[in-house]
Design a protein around this ligand. Structure first.
Ligand code: HEM
Length: 142
């Protein structure tokens, strides 16, 4: 494929398919949080008071902002805000949890996107990397 944004497009198509698929009434983002929370009690604890309905909607939107950031390579107000929420001055999310976050998201995508391949996995990792790096880098800077 000659498209300049090949991996971004592959990722976006996979994300769309994953969002549309429902397994036993469990949606993609429900499954993501189930996997993510199962990875460590520390993670589950961080969300103990969170209203998960609203959280899932915010996550769904934020993944699209992460895709836009991969294309634009320019932080907007939204990216600055979520970086601040996760930074040392607020939720204090350590860098290593971002790997667990991405692995959990990919695990859920593999289950929910019936066309998921190794190439799709690379697309998820490449398209989301700039946003994740931005958030990690901003940890102690806001
Ligand atoms: C790049 C990856 C991530 C994205 C895109 C993301 C996205 C979001 C968004 C959109 C919010 C809501 C912000 C708001 O209040 O407006 C949020 C909140 C939060 N995120 Fe993340 N997140 C990411 C990684 C992580 C990781 C690795 C953790 C570690 C456990 C984490 C823990 C939290 C917590 C604890 C909250 C606050 C929940 C609450 O308000 O009770 N996030 N995240």
């Amino acid at each position: 494929m000659a498209s300049e944004k090949y991996y971004v497009a592959l990722f976006a198509e996979s994300y769309e398919r994953a969002l549309q698929f429902t397994d036993e009434n469990k949606k993609f983002l429900d499954r993501f949080y189930e996997i993510f929370f199962s990875k460590s009690p520390t993670i589950a604890q961080l969300f103990k008071d969170t209203k998960m309905g609203a959280q899932k909607t915010m996550l769904q939107d934020s993944i699209l902002y992460m895709r836009d950031f991969c294309i634009s390579q320019r932080p907007n107000e939204y990216m600055r805000r979520i970086a601040k929420v996760h930074s040392k001055s607020d939720k204090d999310i350590p860098a290593e949890l971002y790997d667990v976050w991405l692995d959990s998201l990919i695990e859920a995508a593999r289950e929910y996107d019936s066309e998921f391949t190794e190439e799709t996995e690379r697309a998820w990792r490449i398209a989301l990397a700039p946003g994740i790096n931005y958030m990690k880098h901003m940890y102690d800077k806001c």
